[in-house]
Design a protein around this ligand. Structure first.
Ligand SMILES: C[S@@+](CC[C@H](N)C(=O)[O-])C[C@H]1O[C@@H](n2cnc3c(N)ncnc32)[C@H](O)[C@@H]1O
Length: 171
């Protein structure tokens, strides 16, 4: 099941012209597959080729197999993406680089697990759990916070997450 929040947020943008959307650590494509269409051209990047194989040949999706935590230069284009989505992935050492990938007036949507989630399930490793308010801390200085939620989400299973939307440039 995809992240309903992400799909609703992107629908609310009422996209009428062609845009470039980056799904960062896209996994099995559950979020980017339903988003790809003639107006939303998706770049999906993940290190897992097997997962990418499921959707690499779909129309309007460019699937890139790449280890985002390696020291190699990312095969992604600076200031190119109108929308970036990151769901259930956190690698703090390079997280700031997402800002450079976003086009002016572009949106970053980030949803992942927060501290407290370890009581309910995985992930439990602190490297994969955001600290209180951390998305605002990381992105709020350079991007404009549009929305922020931190707390319990219950879609049949309780998780503790942060969800945030940021815009690059003036609102
Ligand atoms: C929990 S899954 C989330 C996938 C997707 N965003 C979703 O919400 O369904 C985390 C994904 O991050 C990818 N990943 C983990 N480490 C990575 C790395 N170093 N480079 C690229 N992708 C990575 C995994 O292969 C996996 O598909």
């Amino acid at each position: 099941m995809h992240s309903e929040w992400i799909l609703n947020q992107i629908e609310a943008l009422e996209i009428k012209k062609k845009i470039n959307l980056l799904d960062f650590a896209s996994g099995n494509g559950r979020n980017c597959i339903p988003l790809a269409n003639k107006n939303i051209i998706v770049t999906a990047v993940d290190k897992d080729q097997e997962k990418l194989n499921k959707y690499k040949n779909l129309k309007n999706i460019n699937a890139i197999c790449f280890d985002l935590e390696s020291n190699e230069k990312w095969p992604l284009v600076k200031e190119y993406y109108d929308v970036i989505i990151v769901i259930n992935y956190l690698h703090r050492p390079k997280i700031n680089k997402l800002i450079n990938l976003l086009k002016k007036d572009g949106f970053l949507f980030y949803e992942t697990f927060s501290e407290g989630n370890e009581k309910y399930g995985s992930p439990q490793n602190p490297n994969f759990l955001l600290k209180e308010g951390e998305l605002l801390e990381i992105f709020g200085k350079k991007l404009l916070p549009v929305s922020f939620y931190e707390g319990i989400l219950n879609y049949g299973k309780i998780t503790i997450k942060q969800r945030a939307c940021f815009k690059k440039g003036a609102l």
